[in-house]
Design a protein around this ligand. Structure first.
Ligand code: TAP
Length: 485
C-alpha cells in the first residue's frame, strides 16, 4: 500500500489563506490507489460570498483593470515561479488525478505556455476607431467584463484553470475559481505560486473549494458575478445557462464531445496510427476533445483495427508515479462505474476488439483502472456511439464514400473537435469544411496550442477558448464618441 504526504490547503480569498466558515474539510484521494493525498476546505455559501465581495472590490478599486503592463508582468513572473516548481506541481496533479507523471509534467508545461501567451496578449488588446465625419470620431475600446467565475473540471485541472483564467486576468478581470471537488489541490498549488510574485493585488485572484451543488451554485447565481466560464458536462452547462439567465451573466461554456477521427485509405497510416491511439487513450480517455470515434475507410479498416488492438494492448496501465506507466486510472469510483456501464452496454451491441473490463490484478485492484477498450461497428444510434463516455473506450465506425464519412462524423449532438487524414489536399479541405465541429485537425490530432481556438458547435458549447478569441470573450466593447465640432 502506498502512503502519500497529505497536503493541507485553505481557500484563497482577498490575498489570504482562509479555512471555510464552517470549519469542514474535504479529503482528496488518489484514484490510482484510493489513498488520501490532500485536505481542502469544504466550503459553504458564506465563503463564496466573501470571495465574490473581494473580487468585486478589487475589480473596482485595485490598480489592475486599466494596467495591462502590470497584468502582463504579474502573469510572466507567475509563469516563472510555476516553472521553478514544476516537478512538485506535477506530483500534486499526478496524485489527485492519477495521470502518469509524464502527462502531469506535460500538463503543467502547457499551463505555463498559456500563461505566457496571454501575458503577451494583455498588452495588445487593440480597439478600433472610425472617423464618422469631419467632427465625429467613434472609438471602440476593449474593457474587462468585471468579476469572472471560473468553474473547472477534474480531468485537466491545471491546463483548464489556466486556459480559462489566464485570458480573463489578461483582459483585466478579477476571478473567483471553483475547482472540481476531487481535484482541488492543484488549483490551490497554482495560487500559492501566484502569491509568491507579490504582484497580484489582493482580491484579484480567489479560489473557493467545495461541492458544485453548494458553492458552485452560489457562484453561478451571484448578482455580483458578471460572467461564468465553465468547462464540464453538457448537463451542468445547461443548468448554468438557466441559473445565469436570472442575472443576465455572460457565459462561456465548453462542454462534452464525441469527436470523429476520420481516416481515408490514402492516408499515411503509419503516422495516423499512433495519433489515433493517443487521441483516445491519453488521460485514460478523459479529455473533452478525445478522438472517441475512429471513422475509417472500409478498405483499410481490418488492418487499422488489428494495429490499434496491438497498440492498445501494449499500453502499460498503472499508477501515475510508476515511471513505466503509459495510461493511468479514471478519476474516481463514480466515473469508473459510469464507464463500465457503457462498456457492458457496448458488449451487447458491438464486437469487442479488446479490453472491456476493470483491472483487478495486484496493486491495481485498489485503483480505478479500466483496460483500454475498442468496439467495432456498433449501431449508429447506440449510446456508446452517441454519448460522451469519458473513459478509455474507442468505437470504430467504417465508411465507403466521402459523403458517408461526413454523415457519420456529423451524426451526434456534439460538435467539439474532429480530424481528417488523407494525402489528398482537396478532399482534406472539403471534409474539414463540412464537419460541424469547432476544430478540425488535418493529418494530426489534439494539437491544443495556446495560439489556437477550441470550442463547440451544437451541444458542445458556447464561445471559444484559446487564441485571440479566447481573450476577446472576457471583454466588453465600449463605444466612445467624440464630437469636436
Ligand atoms: P460536472 O458535474 O460537469 O463537473 C464540472 C465542474 O462543475 C466541477 O467543478 C463541478 O463541481 C462543477 N459543478 C457541478 N455541479 C454544479 C452546479 N450545480 N453549479 C456549479 N458548478 C457545478 O462533471 P462531472 O459530473 O464531474 O463529470 C460528468 C461527465 O461530464 C463526465 O463523464 C464527462 O462526460 C463530462 N465532463 C466533461 C468535461 C469536459 S472537459 N468537457 C470535463 C469533466 C467532465 P464538483 O466537482 O464539486 O461537482
Amino acid at each position: 500500500m502506498r502512503n502519500h504526504l497529505i497536503r493541507t490547503y485553505q481557500n484563497y480569498i482577498n490575498g489570504e489563506w482562509r479555512p471555510s466558515a464552517s470549519g469542514a474539510r474535504l479529503t482528496v484521494t488518489c484514484p490510482g490507489d484510493g489513498q488520501p493525498v490532500a485536505d481542502v476546505p469544504k466550503s459553504v455559501p458564506e465563503d463564496m460570498d466573501r470571495a465574490v465581495a473581494a473580487a468585486r472590490h478589487a475589480f473596482e478599486t485595485a490598480d489592475w483593470a486599466f494596467n495591462p503592463r502590470l497584468r502582463s508582468k504579474a502573469m510572466l513572473v507567475w509563469a516563472a515561479k510555476l516553472r521553478d516548481n514544476l516537478e512538485d506541481l506535477a506530483t500534486v496533479l499526478c496524485l489527485e488525478t492519477g495521470k502518469p507523471m509524464g502527462e502531469a509534467r506535460f500538463e503543467v508545461n502547457g499551463a505555463i505556455n498559456q500563461l505566457e501567451y496571454y501575458a503577451a496578449a494583455a498588452r495588445t488588446l487593440y480597439g478600433a476607431a472610425n472617423a464618422v465625419d469631419k467632427n465625429t470620431l467613434s472609438v471602440l475600446a476593449r474593457e474587462p467584463v468585471g468579476v469572472v467565475g471560473g468553474i473547472i473540471p477534474w480531468n485537466y485541472p491545471v491546463t483548464l484553470f489556466m486556459r480559462d483564467m489566464a485570458p480573463a486576468l489578461a483582459a483585466g478581470n478579477s476571478i473567483v475559481v471553483k475547482p472540481a471537488a476531487i481535484t482541488s489541490a492543484s488549483a490551490l498549488a497554482l495560487l500559492q505560486e501566484a502569491e509568491k510574485t507579490n504582484l497580484f493585488p489582493a482580491g484579484i485572484l480567489n479560489c473557493v473549494t467545495g461541492s458544485g451543488s453548494v458553492v458552485g451554485e452560489t457562484l453561478i447565481a451571484h448578482p455580483d458575478v458578471d460572467m461564468i466560464s465553465f468547462t464540464g458536462s453538457t448537463g451542468v452547462g445547461r443548468h448554468i445557462m438557466e441559473v445565469a439567465a436570472a442575472t443576465m451573466k455572460k457565459l462561456s461554456l465548453e462542454l462534452g464531445g464525441k469527436s470523429p477521427n476520420v481516416i481515408f485509405a490514402d492516408a499515411d497510416l503509419d503516422k495516423a496510427l499512433p495519433y489515433a491511439l493517443k487521441a483516445i487513450f491519453t488521460n485514460a480517455g478523459q479529455l473533452c476533445t478525445v478522438g472517441s470515434r475512429l471513422v475509417v475507410e472500409e478498405s483499410v479498416a481490418e488492418e487499422m483495427v488489428a494495429r490499434l488492438k496491438a497498440g492498445a494492448e501494449a499500453l502499460r496501465v498503472g499508477h501515475g508515479l510508476d515511471p513505466e506507466t503509459t495510461m493511468g486510472p479514471v478519476s474516481s469510483e463514480g466515473q469508473l462505474r459510469d464507464v463500465m456501464g457503457y462498456i457492458e452496454e457496448g458488449k451487447a451491441h458491438a464486437t469487442l476488439v479488446t479490453g472491456g473490463y476493470r483491472i483487478t490484478e495486484g496493486e491495481l485492484a485498489q485503483g480505478c483502472f479500466i483496460a483500454p477498450t475498442i468496439f467495432l461497428n456498433p449501431p449508429a444510434d447506440s449510446r456508446i456511439v452517441q454519448e460522451e463516455i469519458f473513459g478509455p473506450v474507442l468505437v470504430v465506425q467504417t465508411f465507403r464514400t466521402e459523403e458517408e464519412a461526413i454523415a457519420i462524423a456529423n451524426n451526434t449532438k456534439y460538435g467539439l473537435a474532429s480530424a481528417v487524414w488523407t494525402r489528398n489536399i482537396d478532399r482534406a479541405m472539403r471534409v474539414a469544411r463540412r464537419i460541424r465541429a469547432g476544430s478540425c485537425w488535418i493529418n494530426c490530432y489534439n494539437r491544443l496550442l495556446p495560439e489556437c481556438e477550441t470550442g463547440g458547435y451544437k451541444q458542445s458549447g458556447i464561445d471559444r477558448a484559446g487564441g485571440i478569441e479566447g481573450i476577446m470573450k472576457y471583454t466588453e466593447v465600449k463605444h466612445i464618441l467624440v464630437d469636436f465640432a
